[in-house]
Design a protein around this ligand. Structure first.
Ligand code: CA2
Length: 148
């Protein structure tokens, strides 16, 4: 248990496959590579990060509630394809006071039409997308700036 501000980094369906396929869209980094980078960055910023991935919508809903209960400074959320479909995740974000920063590796607006709707964006503090793995490190900097 640390007394540093907590940032939860939540990743949704199929992001466990990062680095294995479609590198032209998502890059070559695995989720573990991204997690290691965030751990180092967080240490430098004086933050604690708790990084998770699930292929199940309900886990993401539960973890958003947990972020609220733990009084997290922020959540970085890449909900994967659930971004475009999940009202449950939208409602969970609305149900907590913790700011949620939407993160995407790719720029969904430059891709298929079905990726142009984000139920996460409607509830999020802001969105960082299109910078590959760097979207996560940019988002962690944005989370750190939320400290007062
Ligand atoms: O760009 C992003 O970060 C996305 O959230 C990634 C999701 C996609 O459905 C969103 O529209 C945008 C997909 C994550 C799946 O990643 C894979 C990685 C390698 C192989 C297959 C899937």
């Amino acid at each position: 248990m640390s007394d540093q501000p907590l940032v939860m980094v939540l990743n949704g369906p199929n992001l466990n496959l990062l680095g294995s396929r479609e590198p032209h869209i998502y890059g070559h980094d695995t989720l573990d590579d991204i997690a290691q980078r965030l751990e180092v960055q967080a240490a430098g910023l004086g933050l604690e990060v708790d990084i998770r991935q699930s292929n199940h919508e309900g886990h993401l809903v539960d973890w958003l509630h947990e972020a609220g209960a733990r009084g997290a400074l922020a959540v970085l959320l890449n909900a994967g394809a659930l971004t475009h479909t999940s009202i449950a995740i939208h409602d969970a974000i609305k149900g907590i006071t913790v700011p949620v920063i939407e993160v995407h590796l790719s720029n969904p607006h430059a891709r298929e039409d079905f990726r142009h709707t984000s139920f996460v964006a409607r509830a999020a503090k802001g969105t960082i997308s299109g910078f590959g793995a760097r979207s996560y490190t940019l988002a962690l900097d944005a989370a750190a700036a939320l400290r007062q």
